[in-house]
Design a protein around this ligand. Structure first.
Ligand code: CAA
Length: 258
């Protein structure tokens, strides 16, 4: 594995996304590693709970803009599907998954945290859905999981304004369960995972599954619909210009609406 570090602490697995040079942006290879790793953990009875975190100053700064910038709508649709599969592997893992959000959780990073069962944040965490500023919609489930987590009005404010919120605002809207000092976050997340791991394994898995029964019923279909809308944006000049500007570290030209 190139982009994930896997550490076991007794019954708790700590998965660290380790691509800090790109702020842990989710390139296709990283998405594939997530899918494979969570797929393997599903079959590992020794793992009772999982903590997912990021190396460096980001949890995940989003989907990989450098990879996406030249996508055709068809390629964007395939990328959204790859993200959906990876995130479904996280969400449907039989064991509970705690996101320890250590820094930026933007775009696909906020969406990945939403695919986890419980979110804890460092005071340095920043959450946001900046996609419309890049000429696209959220494409890894954000339009579906964010409103389910914090309500449509608050989700739409984040998605349509593209403005990030800090950890305390995330706590206030219920996006995270608790905020810790940066140096305490991982230990607190592991401690919660250990508490979960001491409970009856069959019951813990069944309880997670039960809570997700309703939420998952229409989710895969809705996320496929989101993927189609995401893909349409890749036929616009605005998407090409905004992503080129990010990669070239310049201000994008004003949006044209096409
Ligand atoms: N994709 C690709 N590369 C990224 C990236 C991303 N999402 N985010 C950061 N990087 C890269 C930068 O290009 C830079 O690379 P170089 O050193 O090679 O130039 C490196 O990571 C460090 O980033 P910055 O220099 O920008 O760090 P900063 O501290 O100045 O800024 C930041 C941090 C505000 C998070 C800024 O990096 C940023 O705005 N990143 C993009 C955030 C974003 O828009 N995410 C949404 C992506 S779209 C999406 O996720 C779609 C979806 O739903 C599927």
């Amino acid at each position: 594995m190139e982009y994930l570090l896997l550490e076991t602490r007794g019954p708790v697995a700590v998965v660290t996304i380790n691509r800090p040079q790109a702020l842990n942006a989710l390139c296709s290879a990283l998405l594939e590693e997530l899918r494979e790793t969570f797929g393997a953990m599903a079959r590992d009875e020794a793992v009772r709970a999982v903590v997912l975190t990021g190396a460096g100053k980001a949890f995940v700064a989003g989907a990989d803009i450098a990879e996406m910038r030249g996508f055709t709508p068809e390629e964007a649709n395939a990328y959204a599907a790859r993200g959906a599969q990876a995130f479904a592997a996280v969400e449907t893992l039989p064991q509970p998954v705690i996101a320890a959000v250590n820094g930026y959780a933007l775009g696909g990073g906020c969406e990945l945290a939403l695919a986890c069962d419980i979110r804890l944040a460092s005071e340095k965490a920043r959450f946001g859905q900046p996609e419309v500023g890049l000429g696209i919609t959220p494409g890894f489930g954000g339009t579906q999981r964010l409103p389910r987590a914090i309500g449509a009005g608050r989700a739409l404010e984040m998605i349509l304004s593209a403005r990030p919120i800090d950890a305390h605002q995330a706590l206030a809207v219920g996006l995270v369960n608790a905020v810790y000092a940066p140096e305490a976050l991982l230990e607190e997340a592991v401690r919660l995972a250990e508490t979960i791991a001491r409970n009856a394994p069959v019951a813990v898995r069944a309880a997670k599954r039960a809570v997700h029964l309703h939420a998952r019923r229409a989710l895969d279909e809705d996320i496929a619909g989101e993927g189609r809308l995401f893909a349409q944006c890749f036929a616009t000049e605005d998407q090409k210009e905004a992503m080129a500007a990010f990669v070239e570290k310049r201000t994008p030209a004003p949006f044209q609406g096409r």
